[in-house]
Design a binder for this molecule. Sequence first.
Ligand SMILES: Nc1ncnc2c1ncn2[C@@H]1O[C@H](COP(=O)(O)OP(=O)(O)O)[C@@H](O)[C@H]1O
Ligand SMILES: [Mg+2]
Length: 256
Amino acid sequence: MLDIRNVSLSFGAITVLNDVTFSLGGGEILGLIGPNGAGKTTMMNTITGIHRAISGEIRLCGKGISDLKSHQIAARGLRRTFQTSLLCPGLSVVENVMLGLEPQREYGFWGACLGNPSARQWENQARRKSMEMLDWMGMARFAGRPGGGLSFGQQRLVEIARALVSRPAVLLLDEPAVGLTAPRVEELAEKIKSIRSEFGTSILLIEHVMQLVLTACDRVVVMSAGEVIADGDPTVVTVDPKVVESYLGRGYYAES
Ligand SMILES: Nc1ncnc2c1ncn2[C@@H]1O[C@H](COP(=O)(O)OP(=O)(O)O)[C@@H](O)[C@H]1O
Ligand SMILES: [Mg+2]
């Protein structure tokens, strides 16, 4: 579904990704873990066209996407959430989810301003699809509230709804469990698994919270200092001495 082949990237003199190779299979939930600064977010930014690799290739559903812009990659069925960004605070929750359909919009700005009928129709459809998605996420009761008025955990769920509303083939999640309590992490793990079973979405999940990785992921890729150091079964990989060592001194086991 998503193939990363020998991808390297530098910021100035610093190599941040060094010959990274891994793939995400159809309908798979793949964890991407590793200590802070390992290059996980940079990898996600490279997949989504924010950074350009200096070498290597990225393929989505068998087609090269390394040269495409972010919105073109989104339109091909790959969506993401961000490690830090939250909702647009001034827009309502449902309007925030509707933003996830923008790359599919077929008419321009003026069409919307002049209230042309197809623009209105698009708007209505987008609102209906977004309401359905919020309902599926168990968040419909918040639809009319301002995005900024929700708790941090609720905003993260709405972000996932926004990434999912266009029914992408591939969903990338960057640390969705940050700041959630243990019962909320459990709920999120169930949600992520039901995204796969309901929509057939393939999911790449960057995560530090081991509880989520071990419950939700079929397989785990471990990065350290820009390189892939392990790839395999979550319960095996997370006790691999090489992997444990890469986390040493970073308070990882103390945190999770
Ligand atoms: N835009 C940037 N410019 C320069 N260095 C960056 C930039 N983004 C990330 N880095 C560096 O790249 C490395 C990997 O960062 P990141 O991908 O955020 O790691 P992770 O998500 O695994 O914690 C870090 O050393 C970070 O400081
Ligand atoms: Mg990161």
